[in-house]
Structures are given as structure tokens and as C-alpha cells.
Design a protein around this ligand. Structure first.
Ligand code: DGY
Length: 322
């Protein structure tokens, strides 16, 4: 019997796919840092029973229609806004993601970005390397305190909770806004549920962790940045389109807010000439929220497990339910 065909849209570690190779014929796009071209993906989809996708791959109706044998799409991310899940499900295709396994790693990065932005760590390190450090001085590269400040978390899922847990170590007051109350976080972390407006008006750090949906697209816009404190620091580790980048740029340039730490952008990779990248009060990272070697290996293995489970008619560990 011929094995089902599985296409992986980016080069993954060879060790991780061994188990998958036992049950399937596996082909990987051979490049680690270059995305598979759309026409190649469309061609591969024609014969694939499963595809392991990256968050940068657009899995829309055109692609799904091109894939008559497709049973499962396993996305190497917790977010799945790159996939038309309802259309896939309507064709009987299961979509899987990688929740839970990246929670702490992404929370670590979120907090690292918050701290780096607030204490101007990147700017200060560059200052030393550029030979600009002439003497110690009282307000040299003075940033903003983190401890005893108010953090406002928009999107209090697992990653939000893990960020809140880290904030307790800094004696921060924790506000959150979410579609529904997170009573566990309120009880165990002392997080306080507030309206979106109260959060953005009162928090010192506004941390965006909400998934990208029709409701959250452009949630952070001209109006919301205007409502923030002038000393507010905006951190986005969810998806770029949740914030209007032009409005963010204006808010940063006009001093409506103090700084921004961004791991995600409207268009990724962001163009190196993008106005946001010209600002010293912006720290920009290349979407590395879950990128520790340990966690990425676990995410890859989970994708393979999900594919194997579906191909063997078992139940995948982490199907997306919408
Ligand atoms: C995800 O997995 O969706 C995150 O963006 C990780 O960085």
C-alpha cells in the first residue's frame, strides 16, 4: 500500500520527522529562511494528505480547493489566522495548532520585550558598541520603571496568564481585558477585569496578546493610542494587524505614548525602510515569540503527532475548534 503524502512547508529538524516518515512519504521545502513559493505550495497540495504549515503560509479557499486528498493541516503556531479554518472544516479537513507547549516561552519573550523597551536595553547596548559612552551621568539613557507599575493585558488566555504571573514577581498591578472573565487568573494572580477603555487609559504597559479576528483587527487605532497615558508603553506579541501601524507611528512620533515593543507586524517581514523602524523608542523583533530551540522542537513534534493521528484515523491531540 502506498503511503500518504505529507508536505512540510519549511525545513524542520530531520530528527523530528522520523516518526512521521514511518507512516507517510514526507517532503519538506528545503529552505529554513525562505518561504515556499505559492505556486509550489499549490502544486504540492494537489497530492498531499497532510500539510504542515507555518504562520506565514496563507491557507485559503484557493489552496484548499486545490487539495482534493487533504485530511489535515497542522500549523506550527498557536495562532491560526493564516488558515481559513471554517472553509477547511467544511471540506472535512481538520486544522491543528500548537497550544500550551509555547505558553511559557512566549510569555518570557513578551516580558523580555517589555523590559527591554522600558529600560531602553537595545539602545543602550548600541550606545556602548558605537563608542558613544563618554562618562557615567545621572540620566544617561534613563528609562521607565517596571516594578510597581500597572500592566494591562489585552487577551487573557494561557499566554496572558503566564505574562501576568511574571508581572507578580515585579509587584505590578495587573489589569486585563478579555472576551470573557478569567476567574482563575483573578483568583490566583490578583488580576482585575476592566473594560478595554479603562485598561488603555490607566495601564503603564499595554500588552497585546489577543488573537487576530474580525473583531480585533485594528483594535489599537488612532483613538485608542490617544486614550493612553503619554508614558504608556505598547507591547504587541500577538499579530500585527491588531494594531494600526500608521496610527502607532503617529502616536510614537507625537509623544502620545512613550515607546513600543513589537514582535509582530502588519506585513512580515517588515520592510527595513518602514517608518516605525526609524524610531529609537521602538524595539522590533522578527516574530520570535515562541522561538527557543526547546519549544520549537516540541512544536514541530506536536505537528507531526497530529498528522500521524489523523492519518491513522486517530484523534489529533490539538485540533482547532472554532
Ligand atoms: C504563535 O505561535 O502563534 C506565535 O505567534 C508564536 O510566536
Amino acid at each position: 500500500m502506498t503511503k500518504p503524502y505529507v508536505f512540510i512547508t519549511r525545513k524542520l529538524s530531520d530528527d523530528v520527522i522520523v516518526a512521521l516518515q514511518d507512516v507517510a512519504e514526507v517532503k519538506m521545502w528545503p529552505k529554513e529562511e525562505i518561504a515556499v513559493p505559492r505556486e509550489v505550495l499549490l502544486e504540492e497540495a494537489k497530492k498531499a494528505a497532510a500539510i504542515i504549515t507555518m504562520l506565514s503560509d496563507k491557507i485559503d479557499a484557493e489552496l484548499i480547493d486545490a487539495a482534493p486528498n487533504l485530511k489535515v493541516i497542522a500549523n506550527l503556531a498557536v495562532g491560526f489566522d493564516n488558515i481559513d479554518v471554517s472553509y477547511a472544516n467544511s471540506k472535512g479537513i481538520i486544522v491543528c495548532n500548537t497550544p500550551e507547549v509555547l505558553t511559557d516561552t512566549t510569555a518570557d519573550l513578551t516580558f523580555a520585550l517589555l523590559m527591554a523597551t522600558s529600560r531602553r536595553v537595545v539602545e543602550a547596548a548600541q550606545f556602548v558598541k558605537d563608542g558613544k559612552w563618554k562618562s557615567w551621568s545621572p540620566l544617561l539613557l534613563a528609562g521607565h520603571d517596571i516594578h510597581h507599575k500597572t500592566i494591562g493585558i489585552v487577551g487573557m488566555g494561557k499566554i496572558g496568564e503566564a505574562v501576568a504571573k511574571r508581572a507578580t514577581g515585579f509587584d505590578m498591578d495587573i489589569l486585563y481585558h478579555n472576551r470573557s472573565r478569567n476567574l482563575a487568573a483573578e483568583k490566583s494572580l490578583g488580576a482585575k477585569y476592566v473594560s478595554f477603555d479603562e485598561l488603555i487609559e490607566t495601564a503603564d504597559f499595554i500588552v497585546c496578546l489577543t488573537p487576530l479576528t474580525n473583531e480585533t483587527r485594528n483594535l489599537f487605532n488612532e483613538n485608542s493610542f490617544k486614550k493612553m497615558k503619554k508614558s504608556a508603553i505598547f507591547i504587541n506579541v500577538s499579530r500585527g494587524p491588531v494594531a494600526d501601524e500608521d496610527a502607532l507611528y503617529q502616536a510614537l512620533v507625537s509623544g502620545e505614548i512613550a515607546a513600543a515593543g513589537l514582535d509582530v507586524f502588519d506585513k512580515e517581514p517588515i520592510d527595513a525602510t518602514h517608518p516605525l523602524l526609524t524610531l529609537t523608542n521602538v524595539i522590533a523583533l522578527p516574530h520570535i515569540g515562541s522561538s527557543s530551540t526547546e519549544t520549537r522542537e516540541i512544536m514541530m513534534a506536536l505537528c507531526c503527532d497530529n498528522v500521524i493521528a489523523v492519518l491513522q484515523n486517530g484523534k489529533p491531540k490539538t485540533p482547532v475548534r472554532i
